[in-house]
Design a protein around this ligand. Structure first.
Ligand SMILES: Nc1nc2c(ncn2[C@@H]2O[C@H](COP(=O)(O)OP(=O)(O)OP(=O)(O)O)[C@@H](O)[C@H]2O)c(=O)[nH]1
Ligand SMILES: [Mg+2]
Length: 204
């Protein structure tokens, strides 16, 4: 078990960027469509049952939620996008909050973009990828809920998504399979985070 992630604890919630915790150290944000499984992925990656709040009701996470790993490193659960039932005004405020977070947050190193493997690369996902590329942020796609498909079908989608991303975008985007239900894909996710968080890997 990787203790850096396991020791995660809730730090703060912020309704906007200017009441977020100090902009120091390194941060990785979890973004994606509402209900895709962002909060679940944070819990699975940190191997904690209820660090981030999971809900069957889409649009549950409406604040920026900061989780501290150590003095210098944080995970951030971002509000989901694309939830049809929120009023138009909220879509706009979501967009401006996320855009200011992505563009102004110095600590932000990269984004884990969470996609339900059954609905990858929505229009919103593509907008998010464009923003990340524009703001020069590292990007990793987690295709979650992979337990919903057979292994073969999951691998096919993984290949297709990789192909589409490399054809469409200039900067490299990495992709991996994940399931919070089956707790699979955790090691690969930790490896990506370790790289971004500049964790020194001990020689065997
Ligand atoms: N089968 C399966 N269900 C999952 C998985 N991950 C999440 N879920 C379910 O999907 C629903 C939404 O999960 P959340 O983690 O709350 O999703 P979210 O992206 O944080 O949603 P918002 O905060 O509303 O944007 C819940 O009912 C979870 O139990 C997974 O890997 N497999
Ligand atoms: Mg959530």
């Amino acid at each position: 078990m990787n203790s850096l992630y396991h020791q995660a604890s809730f730090l703060a919630s912020a309704s906007r960027l200017n009441n977020a915790p100090s902009d120091i150290g390194l941060e990785v944000a979890f973004s994606g469509r509402s209900n895709a499984g962002k909060s679940s992925a944070i819990n699975t990656i940190t191997q904690q049952k209820s660090l981030a709040r999971v809900s069957k009701t889409p649009g549950r996470t409406q604040l920026l939620n900061f989780f501290q790993l150590d003095e210098e490193r944080r995970l951030v659960d971002l509000p989901g996008y694309g939830y049809a039932k929120v009023p138009e005004g909220m879509h706009k405020s979501w967009g401006s909050m996320i855009e200011s977070y992505l563009s102004q947050r110095s600590a932000l190193k990269g984004v884990f973009l969470i996609m339900d493997i059954r609905h990858p690369l929505t229009d919103f996902d593509q907008r998010m990828i464009e923003w990340c590329q524009h703001f020069d942020l590292a990007l990793h796609v987690l295709l979650t809920k992979s337990d919903k498909l057979s292994r073969g079908a999951g691998m096919d989608i993984l290949k297709k998504v990789r192909g589409t991303l490399s054809a469409r975008y200039a900067q490299p985007v990495t992709v991996s399979l994940f399931s919070s239900l089956k707790r699979s894909g955790i090691e690969e996710a930790h490896q990506v985070l370790d790289g971004w968080f500049e964790v020194q890997i001990k020689a065997p």
